[in-house]
Design a protein around this ligand. Sequence first.
Ligand code: EPZ
Length: 456
Amino acid sequence: MIPTIGLTESHASPEADKSVLEIWGRSTLKGHVRISGAKNSALAIMAGALLCPEDCRLRNVPSLADVASMSQILLALGLKLEKNGDILDIDARNIRQSQAPYELVSQLRASFFVIGPMLARLGVAKVPLPGGCAIGARPVDLHVRGLQAMGADVQIEHGIVHAYVSGSNPRLKGANIYLDYPSVGATETLMMAATLADGETIIENAAQEPEVADLANFCQAMGARIRGAGTNTIIIDGMKRLHSVDYNIIPDRIEAGTFLVAGAITHSELSVSPIVPDHLTAVISKLRAIGAKVITESPNCLRIIGAESHIATDIETLPYPGFPTDMQAQFMALLTLSDGDSVITETVFENRLRHVAELNRMGADIRVKGNHAIVRGVPMLSGAPVVATDLRASAALVLAGLAAEGKTTIKALQHLDRGYENLVAKLQNVGARLQRLEGEGETESPSTSLNPANVA
Ligand code: EPZ
C-alpha cells in the first residue's frame, strides 16, 4: 500500500460499501450550505501539477475519495504530496517512474489525464486504459489521436497505453487538432500536453466546461500561454518550462446544483456559496421552469425558494453551456414529483439512466426508451431500501429520500463518497434527518425533537 502522506482518508475505505445512509423524508430544510472546491477541477489540476518541476500549492481542494485516489497515483509516480485541510502541496520535481499503477487507474477515470503532462514532461508515459464504468464505455480515442497529432507514438498493449516521443530531445510538437466530440478529458489532456510542446497547438471543437477554463487558468499561473479556454477554440503556445504556483480551485457547480435541487424537492429555502452563478445558467433556467425561485443573493451566493408544486419540464443533457449530464439524475428525482410528464434525454453518456430502477422502487413512475426517460409525476415517493449505482445516481437517491414518506436506506455509499464532501453533515446542518451507519444497521426513526445536527 503506497503511504498517503497527510492525506485525509475519506470514505474511500472498503468499509464505505458496507455503510448505509438512513434518511427520514419530508423535513423542511432551512439555512446555508457551504460549497466545496470542484472535484472535476481538482482532479485535472492535480494531473496538471506534473507539468511543473517545482512546488505547487492548490487551495480549496475537497476531501473526496477521488482526490485521495488521484493522490495515490501521483505518489506512485514519485511525487511528494501533503494535504492539510483543503490545501494540497505537490512537489513534482522528481517523477520517479512513467507508469501509473494499474489497480489505481482502473478505479479512477480522471487518472488517465496524467498521460498528457507525463508525455510533455518526460517524453514517455505508460498509463493503463481507464476501465469503463457504470455510465458508459468511456473510450479515450480522442485523447490518443490528439497526442499522435502532436508527434507521440502511441501503442495499446495488454490494457496499457504506451506513449512516447522519439528522438534525442523528445518534445511534443504543436498541432492543429479538431475534436470529433467536445470531450472534457480530451480537451484537458491535450491542452496540458501542448503547454510544453514545441510550437502552437490549436484545439477546435474544444470542451467549454468551467473546469477546463479553471485548468487553463492554473496552467497560465504556472507560466503557460493559453488563449480561448472556455470557448470552443483553444490556442496554446508551448513553453520550455513552467514554474511554481499557488492556486485556488473554483467552487463545485455540481455540488451547488445538487443542493439547489434539495431545496426545490423539499419545498424549502436554502442558500449556497461560494459559487459562480454563471456556471449554473442552464441549471437555474430549468429550476425556474419547474417553478422554483432562484435568486442571485450576491456575486457568489445563490438562494433557492422551492415551490409548492413542480411543473413537468423536458431536459436534454448537452456539453457545456448546455444542461450538464452530471445534474441529470438529480433533476430526474425532482421531476418524479411534478404535475405531469417530463422527458429527460441523456445525450452525453450511453448508460446514465441506471437510477431509474431505484427511483421506481421509491414509487416513481419512469419508463426508459433508448436514451430517453419518460417521467410521469406522482404525488408522493415512499421511502425504501435502494442501492446506488454511480456517483450522481447516489445524489439522486439522497434527494428522493429527502422528499419521500418514511425511511429510505441507501447502500453502496462508495459512489457518493467519490464526489460529495461531508454531505451528511451539510444536510443535517440545514435540518435534514439522516444518518450514516458504518456497516448495515436498523434504527428507530429519530424523534422530531432530536436535533438533526447531533445525529451520528
Ligand atoms: C468529465 O468526464 C467529468 N469527469 C464527468 O464527470 C462529466 O460527466 C463529463 O466530463 C462530461 O461533462 C471529470 O472531469 C473527472 P468526456 P470525461 O470525455 O472527461 C465520449 C462526474 O459525475 N468520449 O467529456 O470522461 C465519452 O464516452 C463525472 O463528476 C469519447 O468517445 O467526459 C462520453 O460519451 C462523470 N472518446 C462523451 O465523450 C474520448 O476519447 C463525453 O465524455 C473521450 C470521450
